[in-house]
Design a protein around this ligand. Structure first.
Ligand code: CTP
Length: 411
């Protein structure tokens, strides 16, 4: 019962994914939350108010007035009542209206009235999701502090496959639980960063050049490192983000992005910035080997087998571990396929880390291009905390909270 006593408004919009809101209500109620549902008129075409009212044990609101007795459904009272407003599924139309402040239905007037935090779980076709208009709405909503539960990638109602599936109710509930846990940390234990902290974060892959057009790289998308940088910046920390070649971006004012291509480039930037930082989280998937020579001209195709020599790259994290001062915190990632925790513990000691984040390739939904991740955080005493599957933003919040608690201990 991790949501005992929490008051949650669930906004449901017109989307095929509205059927998932029934499961979401059940899970929220099971965790002890009180749920009140507000639907857009179109949402009622996808799932009946009777179903949602029965599951939530509360009447469902959709109209400004009750047609039976003319009673006004007060969105203002609802807005004051709630601890969290979650819109799931959120259609492109509703997100666009939220971003612009349009309030032509009860869900939207409620959104404008609430004083509590807002979460939004989009659901739509892949082309609608990646349309600049939708991306722009999401940027506006995020910039106002609304939390987007990113949709996952997979089969869509249209029959197409891509990004736009509303996140599964279990994962949305995990996000809600971590959100309230994070709030409790911040409020009750002061688990926030001391003033004026600066953290170095690395993200993405490195590209090791073979010739002017070819390179050796890996599948890292950079999403995890960028999510960590954003979470730190949101909590008032100044961030130096040394990023390999990725397509994700950040425009947060407190994040200085330094783009690099190779392991050597990342090494130089990390050694330059680390001494001036209070901590470093190495989330980058740095290449372990690089070609001994880079051809200056494009290699021509031949008919014979072909090989070239590789040399090890510098182990950046290990070098930072050697120069780390007692008041600095150093964290790395470990991606293991077997003997996971044992190997991660070895890495932690070899590289002189304060903690290591283990992610496993064994877990479905925890791979490079996934929107979710499942981690364990391992400490120098060998203890491990296992976290459930979460969105990368949720995982970033857990990692950053762990770092914050270590910083408070050192302060
Ligand atoms: N790392 C680094 N420099 C490298 C390689 C890795 O700083 N040249 C960092 C990564 O950013 C990560 C950690 O080391 O935080 C562990 O990376 P990983 O590839 O799992 O470990 P390796 O030490 O390279 O060991 P192996 O690949 O053999 O498991």
């Amino acid at each position: 019962m991790q949501l005992q006593g929490k008051k949650i408004i669930l906004g449901v919009t017109g989307s095929i994914a509205a059927y998932k809101s029934a499961f979401l209500i059940r899970l929220l109620v099971k965790e002890g939350a009180t749920v009140k549902v507000v639907m857009t008129p179109l949402a009622k075409e996808f799932i009946t108010p009777v179903t949602l009212a029965t599951l939530s044990c509360n009447s469902v609101l959709s109209d400004f007035f009750s047609y039976d007795d003319g009673q006004w459904n007060s969105h203002v009272e609802m807005g004051i009542w709630a601890d969290l407003f979650i819109c799931a599924p959120a259609s492109a139309n509703t997100m666009a209206k939220m971003a612009q402040g349009i309030c032509d239905n009860l869900l939207l007037t409620t959104y404008l009235s609430v004083r509590c935090p807002v979460m939004i779980a989009p659901a739509m076709d892949l082309d609608m999701f990646r349309h600049p208009a939708t991306l722009n709405s999401m940027e506006i909503l995020k910039s106002r502090g609304n939390i987007i539960v990113e949709p996952s990638t997979g089969e869509l109602a249209s029959g197409l496959s891509g990004k736009g599936r509303m996140e599964e109710p279990e994962i949305i509930v995990d996000n809600i639980i971590s959100f309230f846990a994070g709030q409790a940390d911040t409020k009750n234990t002061g688990n926030n960063f001391p003033e004026g902290k600066k953290v170095l974060v690395t993200a993405g892959p490195t590209h090791e050049p073979i010739d002017p057009v070819r390179y050796i790289g890996n599948q890292s998308s950079g999403k995890m490192g960028y999510a960590i940088a954003e979470e730190l910046a949101e909590r008032g920390v100044e961030v130096i983000l040394v990023s390999g070649p990725v397509s994700v971006e950040t425009r947060h004012q407190r994040i200085k992005v330094i783009k690099v291509k190779t392991a050597a480039g990342m090494h130089d930037e990390c050694l330059k910035w680390f001494p001036g930082c209070n901590a470093c989280i190495m989330a980058a998937a740095v290449a372990d080997y690089t070609p001994v020579t880079t051809e200056s001209r494009k290699l021509k195709r031949g008919s014979d087998n072909f090989s070239f020599e590789m040399k090890p790259t510098p182990d950046i994290l290990r070098e930072l571990g050697k120069i780390k001062k007692t008041d600095q915190i150093l964290a790395g990632f470990a991606l293991e396929t077997d003997n996971e925790k044992e190997n991660a513990r070895k890495k932690l000691h070899n590289k002189n880390l304060d903690f290591i984040v283990l992610n496993s390739l064994q877990d479905e939904g925890a791979c490079f291009h996934s929107e979710t991740n499942k981690i364990s955080i391992i400490s120098p005493d060998g203890s491990a905390v296992d976290y459930p599957m979460k969105t990368k933003a949720g995982v970033a919040a857990d990692i950053v909270s762990h770092l914050a608690s270590l910083m408070i201990q050192k302060a």
